[in-house]
Design a protein around this ligand. Structure first.
Ligand code: COA
Length: 325
């Protein structure tokens, strides 16, 4: 049976670092508040970079490590909830940058769970023999949707891109997955409202604030800690495995406290949860592939390891994937 294997990883990180101390100068907050509530010390924010340039940087690194020719790529799937344009897709812009002339390109949007959804799409094309080599990227520039006067949200997020190359494989790859959504709670978390103003409806007023991130933090916290635990259990059990069989859990990096609660509920040691939120903040759907790239670079991922990738976010949506490295 054909499976889809992750064969290489990459990342694109903006050069500028913004520390909690920098934010103390902008809003009424403190390094102590931010770090104890979220685990974040600093994040990266774009200056001259864009979602497409970060994505292309991540893609080039992954392509180089995989040792493939960009012309071998059949498909580019980009997860983003903060694209440069509504059209063209970030996927098409990356295609031009890397010369993947034989690829079809699409963006998928499932907020912070988006990388899991994008990997799932790539997995289906590969399993159906409709593609052999797929470049999956998650690229997010949430800083442009951040209200830098709102201390309840501006301290949480950062910009980044992460990429993986997925390839058809006979013996290892994605084993199980669960994707889900709860649209009835869409108002709990979101960003980027678009104006519906036109000359026939009186051009309703639309402010920069309307486009900013909106969030009910406590509801998100409850949702994340419940759903992440449930979803990981469902996937591990449906594969006939136990938590002991999992080498690493790579959760969406939204908040250290969320992960600590989930680890406790699962009775899994925190050491098995890969964490880098301290240095990046919440980079939405980019957080999981950026974590994977770091783990890969640090030699933490070995052939045969079973890894759980699990994301959650606006929508509300969630997704968990069990992969054999
Ligand atoms: N600095 C200082 N004080 C802040 C602050 C900041 N950046 N943000 C909020 N506060 C204040 C609040 O105004 C409130 O003050 P008050 O008691 O005088 O009213 C107090 O801190 C507590 O606020 P609250 O919102 O109850 O804090 P919390 O313990 O729920 O923590 C979050 C807030 C956002 C850290 C927490 O709810 C959370 O992590 N939620 C999940 C968010 C998330 O992960 N979103 C993305 C998912 S993809």
């Amino acid at each position: 049976m054909i499976k889809s294997e992750i064969i290489a990883t990459g990342a694109g990180i903006p050069k500028k670092t913004v520390t909690n101390f920098d934010l103390e100068k902008i809003v009424d907050t403190s390094d102590e508040w931010i770090y104890t509530r979220t685990g974040i010390k600093e994040r990266h924010v774009v200056m001259d970079e864009t979602g497409a340039t970060l994505a292309a940087e991540a893609a080039k690194e992954a392509i180089g490590k995989a040792g493939i020719d960009p012309k071998e790529i059949d498909m580019i799937v980009v997860s983003t909830c903060s694209p440069d344009y509504l059209t063209p897709t970030v996927g098409c812009m990356v295609q031009k940058e890397i010369g993947a002339v034989n690829a079809s390109c699409m963006d998928v949007s499932a907020a912070c769970a988006g990388f899991i959804f994008a990997v799932s799409v790539a997995d289906k094309y590969i399993r159906a023999s409709a593609a052999k080599t797929v470049l999956v990227i998650a690229s997010e520039v949430l800083s442009k949707f951040t209200n830098w006067e709102d201390r309840t949200t501006c301290v949480l997020f950062g910009d980044a891109a992460g990429a993986v190359i997925m390839r058809a494989s006979e013996d290892r790859g994605i084993i199980k997955e669960e994707l889900g959504s709860k649209g009835e709670d869409w108002e709990v978390l979101g960003n980027g409202k678009l104006p519906t103003a036109n000359c026939f409806n009186g051009m309703p007023k639309f402010t920069q604030d309307d486009t900013s991130i909106f969030m009910d933090g406590r509801e998100v916290f409850k949702f994340a800690t419940t759903k992440l635990k449930e979803s990981i259990c469902n996937v591990v059990e449906s594969a006939g495995l136990t938590m002991d069989d999992i080498k690493f859990f790579v959760p969406h990096q939204a908040n250290t406290r969320i992960i600590e609660v989930v680890a406790k509920k699962l009775k899994v040691d925190m050491d098995k949860f890969y964490m880098n939120i301290e240095r990046y903040g919440n980079t939405s759907s980019a957080s999981i592939p950026v974590a994977l790239k770091e783990m890969d670079d640090n030699g933490l991922l070995n052939k045969g390891d079973k890894i759980i990738l699990s994301g959650f976010g606006g929508g509300l949506s969630w997704g968990t994937i069990l992969v054999e490295w």
